[in-house]
Ligand binder design. Sequence first.
Ligand SMILES: [Zn+2]
Length: 125
Amino acid sequence: MIIKVYAHLSPEDMFEAGVRHGLSQEAADFFRCFEEVELELEVDSDNGLVLTCSSLTLSGKEKEVVDYTKKKYGVWQGDKEGKPFNPANCAQETSKNWIYFQCPNEPGHGKDGMFCEEHAERHPE
Ligand SMILES: [Zn+2]
């Protein structure tokens, strides 16, 4: 049985999933350019296990430069406005248990000094 799996993910999800699956930081960063992934999976009809992944289509826009000062954090269906950027914190949006928020760490590293030490790796100067 062939099924198609289609997922719309945030660039951060793509990045984190890439890292979790053992990609190098650089390779995972590449995935952040994409927002959509389509997988064609061959699934065992008896037990639902994935046998093969025959195609992978990535789509999305070219990575754009994000203006973090205008970014809204934690936007979801239940909070379409989200929270505005707080310059006292690292500009990275991060998540825990699927809740998104602005990283609470102290900035001063990475691009324009807007990131904490941990997230500066993703945003070199
Ligand atoms: Zn941070």
